[in-house]
Design a protein around this ligand. Structure first.
Ligand SMILES: [Zn+2]
Length: 170
């Protein structure tokens, strides 16, 4: 059984369970594949988001990366934060225009570790997006990241973060 999911920004083929061996009416199943059809998010956007998260310290903070399928451009949406503390965050998911899609939903755990909490699991189970938690902000060394693809009610491991390296020119 495979989860085949297509979004303007995402192409996902994921083997949920193995066979029985049979002749499938739609042809042979290929290997698992995750493709970000929108490409990688520019690193400069990640840097902007990290700056925003640092300014919110010691509180948690959130940001969305949107992608416009008509123009191919990425943008950041900093959502309305209804309540923020160092360990709790309540925010509203944006409702993008029809051509725009939420690709990434990022939130920080402030100076704490990056991991998906039970609250995060409950928040993420009904959406199709890349969810990212950023931790260890405002501490020496680089921030830490936890990332996963939320699709079909499952949480799938990604081969890496969906960001391109930020170039000096950015
Ligand atoms: Zn969290």
């Amino acid at each position: 059984m495979m989860l085949i999911l297509r979004r303007p920004w995402l192409k996902l083929d994921y083997r949920v369970t193995e066979g029985p061996e049979c002749h499938a009416p739609y042809g042979e199943a290929g290997p698992d594949a995750v493709l970000l059809r929108c490409g990688l998010v520019p690193g400069a956007l990640l840097n902007q988001i990290l700056d925003h998260f640092r300014q919110a310290l010691p509180n948690e903070d959130a940001a969305f990366v949107l992608w416009n399928e008509r123009t191919g451009e990425f943008s950041i949406d900093f959502p309305v934060i209804e309540r923020a503390t160092p360990s709790r965050l309540v925010y509203r998911t944006p409702q993008p225009e029809p051509d725009c899609h939420i690709v990434c939903d990022l939130h920080s755990h402030g100076t704490g570790a990056a991991f998906f909490s039970a609250t995060d699991d409950a928040d993420d189970r009904n959406s199709t997006k890349v969810a990212i938690v950023v931790g260890r902000l405002g501490r020496p060394g680089a921030p830490s990241f936890a990332a996963r693809l939320c699709a079909g009610g499952m949480f799938l491991t990604l081969p890496g973060l969906p960001f391109a390296e930020a170039r000096d020119a950015d």
